[in-house]
Design a protein around this ligand. Structure first.
Ligand code: GLU
Length: 281
């Protein structure tokens, strides 16, 4: 059974880019006689607001979409992510990182030319780690690419299927290159989990067979494919779609204060008009 999802974060009002993504995923599910799920990615409680969560329901309802109930809200399932993290920790595949953002950026800059595109580190010596833990210093958990590579005998056997297209036209069978992302954070200092881990655990728990989302997340698939391998989870098929752009060719983004679906509604635009404008019937 074909299962896909739309997974927004309730950190702002949805805009046209979200509508395009949700409509694309829902249509794919309908065409495949499959299931369409909504998932609320709200692990970062400091940035999420109940009104944005309500807004997601209102906007998607306005667009004419329906989705399965209950909706999975990530903040209700922190135990699932903690369990996955523990599993990786017990196998030495993650390490505690006490570095600040600035220290991480400096480490990348100071690496010999080209040696480190993305951060790679290692655990502290045990005494220093114990001292910092005792002092109550905050730490993140990072994936150890070195350990993962050793366990799997390299990343050569990791592939994923791309039925859509990456930003450079990547399609078909794609060799995963998790090294591009470096030792990603799997549990943030403040939150206890991070995006990649939560997504991989949820997609597996929810039986997602097709991940349909914007091309801006294509690179994430490389890391997520590795996490699936390490956690023994199935790999969904990926369908990254083009990003909707405005008349000036700029993609819609929360940070650029893109016109929200709420605004469109308020000025009397109909869902049919919006669909027509986006070329999605
Ligand atoms: N929550 C992510 C976002 O809003 C999407 C995650 C995903 O589709 O994998 O960009």
């Amino acid at each position: 059974m074909f299962v896909t999802r739309f997974a927004p974060s309730p950190t702002g009002w949805l805009h046209r880019g979200h509508a395009f993504s949700a409509l694309t995923a829902e249509r794919a599910a309908r065409e495949a006689n499959g299931r369409f799920l909504l998932r609320l990615e709200d692990i970062d409680r400091s940035r999420c607001r109940p009104q944005y969560e309500q807004g997601i329901h209102d906007d998607l309802g306005w667009l004419g979409l329906s989705w399965e109930i209950p909706v999975r809200r990530q903040s209700d399932h922190m135990d699932d992510y903690a369990r996955a993290l523990r599993e990786l920790a017990e196998r030495g595949l993650v390490y505690r990182c006490f570095k600040t953002r600035r220290e991480v950026a400096e480490a990348i800059e100071q690496a010999p030319h080209g040696a480190m595109e993305a951060y790679r580190g290692e655990p502290l010596p045990p005494e220093e780690e114990a001292r910092r833990l005792a002092a109550g210093e905050p730490y993140a958990w990072r994936l150890s690419l070195m350990k993962a590579q050793a366990l799997l005998g390299g990343f050569g056997g990791l592939w994923f299927g791309e039925e859509g297209e990456g930003p450079e036209g990547q399609a078909g069978v794609i060799a995963a290159r998790p090294e591009l992302g470096g030792d990603v954070v799997l549990a943030r200092k403040d939150v206890g989990v991070a995006y990649h881990l939560a997504v991989v655990v949820d997609d597996a728990l929810q039986g997602v067979t097709h991940v349909i989302r914007g091309q801006d997340l294509f690179e994430a698939a490389h890391v997520q494919r590795l996490l699936q391998a390490l956690l023994g989870l199935p790999t969904p098929v990926y369908r990254h779609h083009r990003l909707l752009t405005d008349a000036a060719g700029r993609r819609f983004a929360k940070r650029d204060k893109a016109e929200t679906l709420r605004d469109l509604r308020a000025r009397g635009m109909t869902p049919a008009e919006l669909r027509r404008e986006m070329g999605i019937g």
